[in-house]
Design a protein around this ligand. Structure first.
Ligand code: ADE
Length: 415
C-alpha cells in the first residue's frame, strides 16, 4: 500500500540503516526493552519526518515494539529513495519520494494522515495541521503526538492559543537532550557538512554571516569559527545579540554585512530574511544557504526577478547570474541545506532526539486521557533517562549527591 519510487533500492537503503543503527545505542536499548513487551501493540503511528536512515531506524524500532507504522517525508529534498524502499521491504507503510512536487508532497502527507493513527510524530507541523484541517472526524481517536522542531512548536502553540489543538502534543524540541545537542551540535556540524559537500570550497579565511542566534545559529556560528572563518551574527533579539557579542562574534545588521559576507546561513525560523536589498549589494560568488525548516528565509522569487532562471552548476548548487556580472549561488534550492544536500545530523545526535520521541509517545500512551489538549514539556525524567543511556553507552560515569547534600539543596535553613 506504499507509494515509493523504486523498490529495487531496498538493499542499499538497508545498509544505510544498519550503519546508523550501530551508532544509535539509545535507540538500540529502547528497541530491546520496548520490543520485549511489544509496548506499542495495537497502536497505529503516523510519522512525518526527514526520511533518511536515522528516521528509518526509529520507525523500525517502533514497529519492533508492536506498532503499525506509516511514514512520509517532511521535506521533498530530504527524502532518500533507497531508505524508503528499505522501509517498505521491512513492512512499514511509506508514502514518499525524493523531490516530490508540492502536489505530490501533499498527496503523500494525506495518505499518511489517512491511516487512522492514534499517535503522531511530526517535524514542522505539516501532519498535525493536515489532520486538524482534513481529518476532523478522526481527531478524537488520537492519543497525542510529539513535535521535533522549533518551527513546528511555533505553529502548535498558535493552535493551542486559539483553542484549536484537538489532542496533547509533546514538545520534544524543548527537551534539554534535544536542543542542547541536536540544535547546537547537530545543526552546527551538518550545516557545514552540507555546505562543504555541495561546494567543495574552503571555509577558513571566508567571511560567514549567520542569521539568527538561537540554539541552531549558535552551533553554526561556533563551527564556522572552528573552521577558521571570520563570523558575523545578525539578530533581532537584543539579548541573543549580546550573547553573540560576548561569545566573540561580530554583531551587525544584515544590510551592513551583506556586502562583506562570502557565505550566508539563515537559521531564524522566520520568512523574508535575505531579501532583494541584500542581494543587490552582495559580492560576486556569494553563497546562500538556509538551515531553517521552511524555504522561506531566502527570497527565491527576488533572486529570480533580479537574475532570471538559475543554472545548476554542481549537485545542489544553483548559480544566479546578475545583469551586472555578479553570481550568487543558492544551495539546496534554499531548503534545509543539511538535509537537502547532506544526510542530516550525525547518528549519535539523532539517537538522543529520537530516543526522546519514543519516550514521548510512551508517556502519551501511559497517560492516555489524562493530558490536556495543550503543548506539553517532556517531564525531566525522560530527558534524564536519555542522558543516562547515552552516558552509559559512552562509558562515562557521573557522581551522585549524598543524602546530606540532597537535604541541603531541599532546605532553606541549612547553610
Ligand atoms: N534527520 C532526521 N530528522 C532530522 C532533523 N530534524 N534534523 C536533522 N537531521 C535529521
Amino acid at each position: 500500500m506504499s507509494i515509493l519510487r523504486d523498490k529495487s533500492l531496498a538493499p542499499q537503503g538497508f545498509k544505510k540503516i544498519q550503519w546508523v543503527r550501530e551508532h544509535m545505542p539509545v535507540l538500540r536499548e529502547l528497541e530491546k526493552v520496548l520490543g520485549r513487551t511489544r509496548f506499542f501493540s495495537g497502536q497505529k503511528i503516523a510519522i512525518c519526518l526527514h526520511l533518511e536512515a536515522k528516521t528509518a531506524y526509529m520507525a523500525l524500532v517502533l514497529k519492533e515494539a508492536g506498532a503499525k507504522v506509516a511514514i512520509t517525508g517532511s521535506n521533498p529534498l530530504s527524502t532518500q529513495d533507497d531508505v524508503v524502499a528499505a522501509l517498505h521491504r521491512e513492512g512499514v507503510e511509506v508514502y514518499a519520494w525524493h523531490n516530490s512536487s508540492p502536489r505530490e508532497y501533499e498527496e503523500h502527507l494525506y495518505k499518511t494522515a489517512g491511516t487512522e493513527p492514534q499517535l503522531i510524530i511530526d517535524d514542522g507541523g505539516d501532519l498535525v495541521s493536515l489532520l486538524h484541517r482534513k481529518f476532523k472526524n478522526h481527531l478524537s481517536f488520537i492519543n497525542g503526538g510529539a513535535e521535533e522542531t522549533t518551527t513546528g512548536l511555533i505553529r502548535l502553540r498558535a493552535m493551542e492559543k486559539q483553542g484549536d489543538l484537538a489532542f496533547p502534543m509533546m514538545a520534544v524540541n524543548d527537551a534539554r537532550c534535544k536542543f542542547l545537542f541536536d540544535n547546537r551540535y547537530g545543526t552546527g556540524q551538518s550545516v557545514w557538512d552540507g555546505i562543504m559537500r555541495s561546494t567543495n570550497l574552503i571555509i577558513a579565511g571566508k567571511s560567514v554571516v549567520v542569521l539568527g542566534y538561537g540554539w541552531c545559529g549558535k552551533g553554526v556560528a561556533m563551527r564556522a569559527k572552528g573552521l577558521g572563518a571570520q563570523v558575523f551574527v545578525c539578530e533581532v533579539d537584543p539579548v541573543k545579540a549580546l550573547e553573540a557579542h560576548m561569545d566573540g562574534f561580530k554583531v551587525a545588521p544584515l544590510l551592513e554585512t551583506a556586502s562583506r559576507g562570502d557565505i550566508f546561513v539563515t537559521v531564524t525560523g522566520c520568512n523574508q530574511v535575505i531579501t532583494r536589498e541584500h542581494m543587490q549589494v552582495m559580492k560576486d560568488q556569494a553563497i546562500l544557504a538556509n538551515a531553517g525548516h521552511f524555504d522561506i528565509e531566502i527570497d527565491k522569487a527576488a533572486l529570480q526577478e533580479l537574475a532570471g532562471v538559475p543554472k545548476k552548476v554542481r549537485r545542489g548548487v544553483d548559480a544566479y547570474h546578475f545583469p551586472d556580472g555578479r553570481r550568487i549561488y543558492l544551495l539546496g534550492e534554499g531548503r534545509l541545506v543539511n538535509l537537502a544536500v547532506a544526510d542530516g545530523h550525525p547518528a549519535e545526535i539523532m539517537d538522543m532526539s529520537f530516543g526522546l520521541q519514543i519516550l514521548a509517545l510512551k508517556y502519551l500512551l501511559e497517560n492516555r486521557g489524562k493530558l490536556g489538549h495543550r503543548v506539553h514539556l517532556l517531564p525531566a525524567v525522560l530527558d534524564e533517562e536519555v542522558a543516562r543511556l547515552k552516558l552509559k553507552s559512552l562509558g562515562i560515569g557521573i557522581d551522585d549527591l549524598s543524602i546530606a547534600q540532597k537535604r541541603y539543596l531541599e532546605s532553606w535553613e541549612i547553610n
